[in-house]
Design a protein around this ligand. Structure first.
Ligand SMILES: [Mn+2]
Length: 376
């Protein structure tokens, strides 16, 4: 599969899900820095229902841009950071992040921004109510690490080999020549620990070197870990218990690699007065089952739509399956959203999870990783 970008045009690219394409070109980094340097107004946006990588990366860069714009406290550049959730609410687990004062509701983002930069957004629809503004932006910088990202910006800073968007955000801050303060480091570290599963999934020397640099700013990693993982409302334990109690193991599914799945219906959490986001960590429990390569959690939002999380231990490419269902992600962690019944959604998933990639590599929305399909 090839990418349809004409060399040197910097134009919006045609869709590609090829994870093997090369990392960011130097000229694209330079163009992004030039755009961010010359702008009078900079709009920042991350994906809806932001996780630690999306919001942490965005707030880190927002604070860096603020520090750069007014080192002496003189306002020069307008910075608008947001995400397209309606209603606009910062997830409770991320309310400890420094820089929340830089956030505005999506209505505050201009209709046709001069310059917009997106964080951890794998496709334009993941911007929710900000998608139209991104399409109309004069210059759109896309900072992301999802292999499924089609490159929807005018400047695409997309590196599927990066462990987190925070890795790319740190590079951008470095190129902007801004010192990484403890406040900026908190956001970057949050992104790094979130997307590496606390250094379980991407425990590379580069990741640990970055963590070390961030810790040297004086941030408190134990406090961040407590905020992210060890402070949940009691009701979550009851939701988790119910979700695990109805989990189903299907060893023959996913081409014999095994499937474990459950659903968190709206009623289950609403009974405890809990918001949608409370269902997010359920997948981390479910995926521990040793009998299954693939874990799936269906989470019902307040509007009745199902948001589906998929994880793989490496035998099955759940990224391709989720892309085939209109979502996105990585080969071992991905998701999509869909309306319909649990029974129907699971039937479509089972079918895709067991299908082998077409020999051409083009036709099959294939789940099972084969030697040529580029597992990573
Ligand atoms: Mn990410």
């Amino acid at each position: 599969m090839t990418t349809a970008a004409a060399p040197g045009t910097g134009g919006r690219r045609a869709a590609s899900t090829d994870p093997s394409r090369s990392a960011v070109r130097q000229e694209d980094w330079a163009r992004a820095v030039r755009a961010l340097t010359g702008a009078g107004e900079i709009c920042l946006a991350c994906h809806v229902r932001p996780d630690g990588d999306a919001l942490g990366s965005m707030l880190a860069v927002a604070q860096a841009l603020r520090a750069r714009a007014c080192p002496a406290g003189v306002a020069g550049v307008r910075i608008v950071a947001s995400f397209g959730d309606q209603p606009f609410e910062v997830p409770a687990v991320l309310r400890f992040l420094p820089g929340l004062d830089l956030l505005s509701p999506p209505e505050a983002v201009p209709d046709s921004p001069e310059l917009m930069i997106t964080f951890d957004v794998s496709s334009v629809d993941r911007l929710g109510s900000l998608a139209g503004r991104a399409r109309r932006a004069r210059e759109l910088i896309v900072l992301d690490h999802h292999a499924s990202n089609p490159g929807f910006g005018t400047v695409n800073l997309i590196d599927p080999a990066a462990a987190a968007t925070a890795v790319l955000a740190a590079k951008l801050i470095e190129l902007l020549d801004v010192e990484i303060t403890a406040e900026i480091a908190s956001g970057l570290y949050t992104g790094l620990v979130t997307d590496t599963g606390s250094f379980r999934f991407s425990a590379t020397p580069q990741v640990h070197r970055m963590a070390a640099r961030l810790l040297e700013t004086g941030i408190d990693p134990q406090a961040i870990a407590r905020e992210l993982w060890d402070s949940v409302p009691f009701g979550y334990l009851l939701v988790l218990s119910a979700a695990l109690g109805r989990a189903v193991l299907e060893p023959a599914e996913a081409a014999g690699h095994g499937l474990v799945w459950t659903a968190v219906a709206r009623d289950l959490r609403v009974a405890h007065g809990l918001p949608f986001e409370v269902a997010e960590p359920v997948i981390d429990e479910l995926r521990r089952s040793e009998e299954a390569d693939v874990a799936i959690v269906l989470k019902e939002a307040d509007d009745g739509q199902w948001h589906v999380s998929a994880r793989s231990k490496g035998q099955v490419d759940v990224g391709r399956v989720c892309v085939a269902l209109g979502g996105g992600g990585h080969s071992q962690a991905a998701g999509f959203s869909m309306r319909g019944s649990v029974t129907d959604i699971m039937a479509r998933l089972r079918e895709l999870l067991s299908s082998r990639r077409d020999a051409s590599g083009l036709a099959g929305p294939a789940g099972v990783l084969t030697a040529e399909s580029g597992a990573r």
